[in-house]
Design a protein around this ligand. Structure first.
Ligand code: ADP
Ligand code: MG
Length: 289
């Protein structure tokens, strides 16, 4: 059985560097300067990564390893200390709202606007202020089952509803690239599961290139075409693991031995990483005497 997504995937194996949605991270390092050298933070170290058009990549790694930093650099919100990022062959040196949309962990809906007004603002920012904005917004809301809340204010919605709307807004702006930074992190387990399923359904159809940051092993295996595991800070790429399962994925996938095997591999990779970090911290303490 070949799904549309699998076919798209086969085609994209041969994608050119300048195809829209192709992301190339080239030897990116990031050091945040502190008040003096001892306070500077080396967040990323020589990260190189190629993401194909239409690919769904999860970034997984211990807290503080530079996942959000890498996502910001890919989206042009931050500039790396060394190296570069290109999208569709064009170097990223500033935010590119027409090409790249962000969905953050916390709801970024403005509280004094209704849901629909928030969408209008996002579309305007994106340069899509045409007459069709309302239909476009309502369509995206209906895709996540939230069209009846278009005229509600954010405070009238639960956390799960707000994240659904954040997701819809990220999809609605029509960019080739979608960057999601732990969009379900503040939600309870059940809501996460349902949203993850919905996301798998949605993304099977969009053909977007997606980078999704998570610290949940199960979420990564359920959603990703490929999981990139990062080391503890300074973040480097430790491993890249394919999840050869077509989208949309049903919850039954989580019960399969393939799912379990990949999750166990990821756990082993991360556990080693955390052990190494603890050992390094002990060494540093002993060296201080
Ligand atoms: P993750 O998302 O993997 O948890 P981050 O990318 O947020 O990690 O952060 C990586 C490291 O860089 C952390 O030690 C964090 O404190 C530091 N950091 C992130 N942003 C800044 C900043 N703007 N200024 C200084 N340090 C920062
Ligand atoms: Mg983060």
């Amino acid at each position: 059985m070949t799904t549309e997504r699998q076919q798209a995937q086969t085609l994209t194996n041969a994608t050119r560097d300048d195809a829209p949605g192709v992301i190339a991270v080239d030897h990116v390092s990031m050091t945040f300067p502190g008040r003096d050298a001892s306070q500077s933070v080396h967040a990323l170290d020589d990260v190189s990564l190629e993401i194909r058009k239409g690919e769904f990549v999860c970034l997984l790694g211990p807290s503080g390893c530079g996942k959000s930093t890498l996502l910001s650099i890919i989206g042009g919100l931050a500039q790396p200390s060394a190296g570069s990022v290109a999208i569709a062959g064009v170097r990223v040196d500033r935010p590119r709202p027409r090409d790249v949309a962000f969905v953050f962990q916390e709801s970024t809906l403005l509280p004094w606007y209704t849901v629909l007004e928030n969408f209008r603002l996002a579309l305007k920012f994106q340069g899509i202020a045409d007459a069709g904005w309302r239909e476009r917004a309502m369509h995206s809301l209906s895709v996540v089952g939230m069209e009846q809340f278009a005229h509600h204010y954010p405070r009238q919605l639960s956390g799960g509803m707000k994240q659904r709307i954040n997701l819809a807004r990220g999809l609605c702006v029509g960019t080739e690239v979608l960057l999601l930074d732990e969009p379900f992190a503040s939600l309870d387990e059940q809501t996460r599961m349902v949203l993850g399923e919905d996301l798998s359904m949605l993304l099977a159809r969009t053909g977007k290139t997606i980078v999704f940051v998570t610290h949940s092993l199960a979420e990564a295996v359920f959603l990703a075409d490929r999981i990139v595991v990062m080391t503890a800070r300074p973040g480097r790429i430790k491993a890249s693991i394919d999840v050869p399962q077509a989208h949309p994925r049903s919850p039954d996938f989580m019960l399969t031995s393939e799912f379990g095997a990949i999750r166990n591999d990821l756990y082993a990779l991360l556990r080693d990483e955390i052990r190494a970090t603890v050992a390094r911290m002990r060494e540093a303490r002993d060296a201080r005497g």
